[in-house]
Design a protein around this ligand. Sequence first.
Ligand SMILES: [Zn+2]
Length: 171
Amino acid sequence: MAGSPPSGTATYRRWRADTAARQPDHRSPGHRRQALRLEPANAERALTLCLRSPAEAPLLLEKALRERASTLFVERLGHYASRLGVALPRLSLSSARTRWGSCSLRSGIRLNWRLIHFPLPVIDYVAVHELAHLREMNHSARFWSIVAQVYPDYPNARKALQLGATHCPHW
Ligand SMILES: [Zn+2]
């Protein structure tokens, strides 16, 4: 891909392909890969992908974002599980288009990896919501009072989630 920078191949709303420096790939000597650096709009996080061709970008980007999601979600679930007095459940990632999270006593908590596109307060709200289901498996007033105990500002986070859902990348 000499002379043809991959900028634009992995562009979407929150992450933007910024530089297209070429550098040797340490894992396969002799091959040169393009490093695609992605900067989120708010510049608080950056991501670098090493590509053999621009066509790899969407797959590698999703893989990298899923890894970040997994690490962050485990950390946030751990943070709130102790505050709610529940054991840290097993986490799995989902990619359902219509659900951000689900909870079952048998299989643990499933969170949509696309939540990684959202600000931390929104991710925290979804984590608290699903953890609260470990104490109350419904959406009764008692359930919402459990959520409010550790996340008093949940109504605003809920609104932000609903608003943000329309801006979430559709891939
Ligand atoms: Zn719920």
